[in-house]
Design a protein. Structure first.
Length: 225
């Protein structure tokens, strides 16, 4: 029996790999994408990608996009209440699980599992436990293309923001930086690949620094590099 699932969607490479895996697994039927958006900024929480570009990406993925809105500087209680309300709605519609692109962080996995359990749902982790260097190389070899939209300059040079993730990018990452940015070193936006019907058009806007986080503002527009 096929299980109906949502994919927790950040717009970045790890959620794209998770989506790629479950779409090719006959046990699952993907009913849509689930993204947390910060209302005050109208952007994807953490990644800083504009809502308009996120919606355009979802159209190229040919999947419904479900947005959970939180306020700027939202507390854990606010976030959890918003997610719990969303999960209750989807559970009534037959969704039994949510797919995540987490790889190694045990505390994050446990947090997700506990929250979903309260809604009578499960978490699915298609790329859990994989070696991150091999995983990101597979991402590139499959034809995915992603641009780095956010860098934590406390651990990684802000000059990496705005770069496309390719073999050269990986070879120039400093020792100690997870190749997938699993510890929050960087975040990305996928603009091409096997889960998309065609490349997502974008243009590069300004680079902004907030609290040591370096963000590239992507705008809808002509196709990127």
């Amino acid at each position: 029996m096929t299980e109906s699932v949502l994919v927790a969607w950040s717009g970045g490479k790890d959620s794209a790999m998770a989506l790629y895996r479950v779409q090719r697994d006959p046990r699952f039927q993907v009913l849509g994408l689930l993204t947390t958006v910060t209302a005050d900024y109208d952007r994807v929480t953490m990644h800083g990608v504009r809502r308009t570009l996120l919606e355009q990406q979802a159209r190229h993925l040919r999947l419904p996009l479900h947005q959970v809105t939180i306020s700027r500087d939202a507390s854990n209680d606010e976030y959890e209440a918003a997610m719990e309300a969303a999960m209750a709605r989807f559970h009534k519609r037959g969704v039994t699980s949510v797919v995540f692109g987490d790889i190694h962080l045990e505390d994050v996995r446990r947090y997700r599992e506990e929250n979903l359990a309260r809604a009578g749902m499960k978490a699915v982790f298609p790329i859990w436990g994989e070696e991150t260097q091999a995983l990101v190389r597979s991402f590139i070899e499959l034809g995915f293309r992603a641009i780095v939209t956010c860098v934590d300059s406390k651990v990684l040079d802000g000059a990496f923001c705005g770069r496309v993730i390719d073999d050269r990018f990986l070879s120039e990452l400093p020792t100690g930086i997870d190749p997938c940015g699993e510890n929050g070193e960087y975040h990305s936006f996928v603009f091409d690949g096997p889960v998309l019907d065609s490349p997502v058009p974008y243009t590069r806007g300004e680079t902004v620094i907030r609290d040591a986080l370096v963000f590239l503002d992507l705008l809808t527009g002509e196709a990127g590099p």
